[in-house]
Design a protein around this ligand. Sequence first.
Ligand code: SAM
Ligand code: SF4
Length: 322
Amino acid sequence: MLIDGHNRVVDYLRVSVTERCNFRCQYCMPEKPFSWVPREELLTYEELFEFVKVSIDEGIKKVRITGGEPLLREGLDSFIKMISSYKEDIDLALTTNGYLLPASAQKLKDAGLKRINVSLDSLIPEVAQKVAQKDVLEQVLKGIETASNIGLKIKINCVPIKGINDTELIDILEFCKQRGFPVRFIELMENTHASEHVKGLNTQEIQDIIKTKYNFTKLERVGSSPSQDYKLDDGYVFGIIEPHKDDFCATCNRVRLTASGVLIPCLYYEDAQSIKEAIKNKDIKKAANILKDVLKNKPEKNRWSEISSDEVSNRAFYETGG
Ligand code: SAM
Ligand code: SF4
């Protein structure tokens, strides 16, 4: 079992397979970074898998593949197959913008994937285009439909932004409710890479919008889920991810690996250690020790809760995988 320096059990590894993306979401990567990490500096799928194995052997029970846009990296199904074959009961999931799902959903399912989170910020083509800076909605909706039709479990992520999609939150909730997809509204996390023009809605503002049409009750937090869930009177459950809340990190069970082998203990801070050399040298013991050391020094909590904080996180979501 992996326990961090604040006595939290860490059993969830997020693996970013690429920082590249085919969208330019305003809150994440409004402009292409000055340069991408060269491909030869990335760990291969085999090398990433070596670290996933180390992590599973040490106590990781859930692995989420993310990015950048993970479906941009060729051969993702082979990586999924490696993980699902190593441990059948591993909770394996993927987070994607959905754009490439129509062509790849079946291959991913055949490789052993069961669950997908898709980001959907608007149901209006022009608004989706404003957020992603590309005409994406039709293809994303097709991706969601394809994945759902072949039996992949879908969750939707939506980042509410002032003056952009805040009039659509009920429509998005109803789109998900009708299809049986849980939706999670994510408070925008300020960072130096996001456009300074986008401002997120906080939990209270999100709740106030939903309240104009629905009654809901707050549910008990279950396990380490980052989502605070709410139940509508008809039983449908939606969630709000509230990183600005003071106790948000109290049950954090996550650690993140980037495509170039950097192990990151917290989404907010820049502290990190590389496992690249250990994995390239096939030094499994060293990789396991680095993992334990990173967790020993995992920060107690992020600083998004400090409203007056004059520092903003310098961590790029497209690198850490969110
Ligand atoms: N490209 C994939 C996608 O968009 O789903 C996976 C990577 S993306 C970095 C993972 C998640 O991070 C997405 O749900 C996205 O909405 C969220 N995200 C990115 N930047 C964010 C920010 N500044 N605040 C809150 N959520 C953010
Ligand atoms: Fe790409 Fe996802 Fe970031 Fe949007 S949120 S720019 S889709 S990595």
